[in-house]
Design a protein around this ligand. Structure first.
Ligand code: NDP
Length: 280
């Protein structure tokens, strides 16, 4: 049989866990596949993807900083990718690429099924308005959270995300300068890449309380500053993005192969090899 070719395209991407996760899913389901990494600077996205297609690539994951560009590049979008304005999964079609977004469903599945959280009515703070934030916001709203406050370093992007979500009574863009006066949250999601450069803005401890679940979409060392803040602030659950990573991968895998892989064993294996900060 012909081995199907997949890749994750991002920058930086060398340390991505996606190749290991998809290899494990392939082994588990008996599907032969090749899954590599493509490092592409922002302006190289289109060219590198065209090269990958010419080499027989049939599917790809898209990671930072390309999720927005990927949405504009695709010939068609799923409803959830259109709502997000961000694409993390590409599916080769006869005429180009279909774009999907599995980040949102991946986060919600991790929080509700793996960590047993009830998201309904949770007053939620989303930090960031980049590709990951745009992917998870619609899914969190669909999962029944309460009011959603969005704060981003570049305020225009928080405003644009709030506008796109089109639920003005429920979704509230705010400034970092307001952060001391917006109350306590039941769910705080760090969807910024700020902690990669150890530049997370100062967060008041009053944002978190004894019911709060704090989630960093990144994992490993990158997640430590935010989750350490959350723990010190008294949050009940401190969860990194490793489970979401495995769940969004499973959803992408299902789109490509029409088979749903089992995630628990793969999550445990990745966790064992990766000193993640998970205390839920
Ligand atoms: P983007 O580059 O699209 O967005 C980055 C976001 O971080 C923007 O909101 C940006 O604000 C903000 N930001 C960057 N630096 C700073 C800073 N110094 N201070 C404040 N805000 C800052 O990246 P993504 O949205 O794709 O990824 C964000 C994070 O989510 C990454 O850590 C990524 O690894 C993680 N992620 C994890 C996934 C998982 O499966 N676990 C899936 C997807 C993402 P501004 O608009 O002002 O530039």
């Amino acid at each position: 049989a012909v081995v199907k070719r997949f890749a994750v395209i991002g920058h930086p991407v060398a340390h991505s866990l996606s190749p290991r996760i998809h290899a494990a899913f392939g082994k588990q389901t008996g599907i032969a596949l090749e899954y590599t990494t493509i490092d592409a600077e922002p302006e190289q996205f289109d060219v590198r993807l065209a090269e990958f297609a010419a080499e027989g690539g049939v599917g790809a994951n898209v990671t930072l900083p390309h999720k927005g560009r990927a949405a504009a590049f695709c010939t068609s979008l799923t409803e959830r990718a259109r709502r997000a304005g961000a694409v993390n999964t590409l599916i080769r079609t006869g005429t180009g690429w279909e774009g999907d977004n599995t980040d949102g469903v991946g986060l919600v599945r991790d929080l509700t099924e793996r960590h047993g959280l009830d998201l309904r009515e949770r007053r939620t703070l989303l930090l960031g308005a980049g590709g990951a934030a745009r992917g998870v916001a619609p899914a969190l709203l669909d999962a029944g959270i309460g009011d959603l406050f969005i704060i981003n370093r570049t305020p225009e992007r928080a405003d644009a995300l709030a506008d796109a979500l089109a639920q003005p009574g429920r979704v509230h863009p705010r400034y970092f300068s307001d952060i001391a006066s917006i109350g306590t949250f039941d769910l705080i999601v760090n969807a910024t890449s700020a902690t990669r450069d150890a530049k997370l803005p100062t967060l008041p401890v009053a944002l978190a309380g004894p019911r709060t679940a704090a989630v960093d979409l990144s994992y490993g060392e990158v997640a430590i500053p935010f989750l350490a803040w959350a723990r010190a602030a008294g949050a009940h659950d401190c969860i990194d993005g490793l489970g979401m990573l495995v769940e969004q991968a499973a959803e992408s895998f299902q789109r490509w192969h029409n088979v749903r892989p089992e995630t628990d064993a793969v999550y445990a294996a990745i966790l064992a090899g990766h000193d993640a900060l998970v205390t839920a």
